[in-house]
Design a protein around this ligand. Structure first.
Ligand code: HPA
Length: 243
């Protein structure tokens, strides 16, 4: 079974033929919401809405450990994560789809490891490549079969939120090497790594990051929501082709 974690704008998978839903508990508490099981393009899939069904959980309030534990407990083969980001690099304009290949973690205070509080040995997981190359290729090749443009690679800066960044913060992220900015890739990606679940993400650029783009004034989130609405049908068909 494959797992899909949906982010903002993807609180459900309309093209999933649902078989059942299940509320699960984990040693880390409750996931963002119940798990939805079904078939997508003939393939067994479990879907989890990262922000909860009513989109009520802020990025820093998400119980990432419970989410990943619940999927690990199901022994899912891969996780395809979907998220929205702001574009820092000039070609990452609103509406662009991108499969990041690197990330920089600026979050704080989030429970970001399974390796604590137990009697286990000190453990340092390799995270040189935070995204699984094969899982990334699954998405990129599916998009290419459909003729949908998806950028291959880019560095995702993960900020704490829920506020957006200042223009100076974005300049700093840019000089650090970030191409896009979002709030949810971490600790999700590292927790998947700790559970040995191949993980990759398909990101939708929904706005120019603070101080970028032509207006350079402020971020119009209503505009971002409409960009998301336009992009989501593409995301859904890429996901269906990916699985
Ligand atoms: N910053 C951080 N997270 C985001 C943004 C942004 O500009 N857009 C969508 N998620």
């Amino acid at each position: 079974m494959l797992a899909i974690i949906g982010g903002s704008g993807l609180g459900q998978l309309p093209n999933l033929t649902i078989t059942h839903r299940k509320v699960v508990r984990t040693p880390y508490g409750e996931p963002s919401c119940g798990l939805t099981f079904g078939t997508l393009n003939g393939c067994e899939v479990v879907f989890l809405a990262r922000h909860g069904y009513g989109h009520t959980l802020q990025p820093h309030e998400i119980n990432y450990r419970a989410n990943i534990w619940a999927l690990a407990d199901l022994k899912v083969e891969r996780i395809f994560a979907v998220g929205t980001v702001g574009g820092i690099r000039a070609d990452l304009v609103p509406g662009t789809l991108v499969v990041p290949d690197q990330l920089i973690d600026y979050t704080f205070g989030r429970s970001s490891t399974f390796f604590e509080g137990g009697a286990g040995p000190v453990t340092h997981r390799d995270f040189t490549e935070p995204y699984c190359a094969t899982t990334r290729q699954c998405i990129l090749q599916a998009a290419s079969r459909l003729g949908e443009a998806v950028l291959d690679g880019g560095t995702y800066a993960v900020t704490q939120g829920p506020r957006l960044e200042t223009a100076a913060e974005i300049r700093r992220l840019e000089s650090d090497g970030a191409d896009m900015v979002g709030m949810t890739a971490m600790p999700e990606a590292v927790l998947a790594r700790e559970q040995d679940i191949p993980y990759a993400a398909l990101c939708v650029v929904v706005n120019h990051a603070a101080g970028k783009g032509s207006s350079q004034q402020h971020i119009d989130f209503d505009q971002a929501v409409s960009t998301m609405d336009v992009a989501m049908p593409k995301v859904l068909s890429i996901l269906a082709a990916t699985v």
